[in-house]
Design a binder for this molecule. Structure first.
Ligand code: SF4
Length: 432
């Protein structure tokens, strides 16, 4: 553990990053900069990256006077922490009026100490499925070649190969071509929400772009079944998941998904069939549960209606529908997770905490996947009209309070395989 706060980092605007030893780094929560407790810093994990933030000056604490002031030496710096880690504080900076909107990544605080980069976060998930050291691109490409030969007419496999694995470097698609763990099933070119930070579609008039393009075709149940059954049969800890970052909302394709699940379960009882969704259509969820859906993950930026709806801008559904979808799956004995976009100051606000306790109790929630919110913090709070984020607990304390009150509630970052759902949830991943 650190004995003093790390020093602030700055960039020269040409990709070179330096420390300023006249300033300790601060962290951001909501709209405010503050000191970060020493025990909340860890070394920047493998796979983490550093970003320079144009048009932004970092906020630090003068090592001599203890005063808060800007680092005028260069642009502010933030960290993109790798999957399986949850950030406690955002990077703290002052934004110039003409600063460009930042792209859809997470901007965690970062500092320098003892010749190393440090970030305030925790490894929340022991599953190693997206650890960067586990990917050998040459083997991925061999897997792509084999799959394209095995399924020459399958548009989905072609999409997963050429777009997802080889262009977007999607960890889930690469795991499929490595024949292991969670296999993606994108299925919907359309969505019934208009999320401010949608990663598959951004309106023309926005300055930022989506990180991947949305699927352009509607796959058939046959195309889905053709490559997923062999995966469930042969992969270790197999999961097949509807709802990916390169599509709209899978529940809009529920009839095709229903047909596919029926067909899959005719061929194999192995593994877990999961859906990542905005949870907008509880009736469709019920139909999928009836035919064998094992788990659901509902994505949300908040469990408060007045924070959720300005972000998701739902078409023909409301916040209450997503809660109902969780209850439906719980009613069928299925596994329920929320994909919780963690934004320090908002997620750990006292108001959000109280609302979260209520949702966990009402829905019988099984798991929270504490995901870092990939969005420009100023842009987000501006878009949902939040000028004051209110009293807050601290993300680390929020994790502890919720776990204390709900000891059976699981924490993580990824959808668990059936072996963890039905068996030992805290299995040893070293030999995964
Ligand atoms: S629910 Fe998903 S696909 Fe739909 S707008 Fe939101 S992020 Fe985009």
């Amino acid at each position: 553990m650190l004995t003093q706060s790390p020093y602030i980092l700055y960039s020269d605007g040409e990709g070179n990053i330096f420390e300023d030893t006249s300033l300790y780094v601060t962290g951001r929560t909501g709209w405010d900069a503050m000191p970060v407790p020493e025990d909340e810093w860890i070394e920047l994990p493998e796979g983490g990256q550093l970003y320079e933030l144009p048009g932004r000056r970092g906020i630090g604490i003068d090592v001599k006077t203890g005063e808060m002031r800007l680092c005028e030496k260069g642009w502010a710096v933030a960290a993109f922490i790798p999957p399986a880690h949850t950030g406690f504080y955002l990077a703290a900076y002052e934004t110039a009026p003409d600063a460009p909107t930042l792209p859809l990544f997470c901007y965690t605080a970062a500092g320098w100490s003892d010749e190393k980069f440090y970030v305030p976060c925790i490894r929340i998930e022991q599953d190693i499925r997206q650890d960067c050291e586990g990917y050998d691109q040459a083997v991925v490409e061999q897997g792509v070649k084999k799959a394209l030969e095995a399924y020459p007419h399958n548009r989905l496999v072609e999409h997963l190969a050429n777009n997802c694995a080889l262009t977007y470097q999607c960890p889930a698609a690469r795991n499929y071509f490595l024949g292991r763990w969670e296999c993606p099933i994108p299925s919907s070119p359309a969505c019934n929400a208009n999320c401010v930070g949608c990663i598959s579609f951004q309106p023309e008039d926005e300055t930022i772009v989506s990180t991947q393009d949305r699927l352009t075709f509607k796959p058939s149940a046959e195309e889905i079944v053709e490559y997923t059954v062999p995966h469930l049969e042969s992969a270790p800890y197999p999961i097949v998941s509807f709802g990916q970052g390169c599509e709209g909302e899978p529940l809009l394709m529920w009839q095709t998904l229903r047909e596919a699940i029926i067909e899959i379960r005719k061929h194999t009882s192995k593994g877990s069939i999961n859906i990542n969704t905005n949870g907008s259509k509880p009736d469709a969820v019920r139909e999928l549960c009836k035919v064998g859906l094992d788990s659901i993950r509902v994505s949300l930026n908040s469990v408060r209606k007045h924070i959720y709806e300005p972000y998701y801008c739902p078409n023909n559904y409301a916040f209450e529908d997503i809660i109902e979808s969780l209850k439906v799956v719980n009613g069928f004995g299925g596994w329920t997770s929320i994909n919780y976009f963690v934004f320090p100051g908002m997620t750990d606000s006292v108001e959000e905490y109280e609302a979260l306790r209520k949702v966990i109790r009402e829905t019988g929630l099984k798991m929270i996947q504490w995901r870092n919110f990939n969005i420009d913090p100023d842009w987000y709070l501006g878009k949902i009209n939040v000028a004051d984020t209110g009293e807050f607990l601290g993300v680390k304390q929020l994790l502890e309070l919720i776990q204390e009150e709900f000891p059976d509630l699981k924490y993580g970052y990824f959808n668990p395989p059936i072996e963890r759902i039905k068996g030992n949830f805290t299995m040893d991943f070293a030999h995964h």
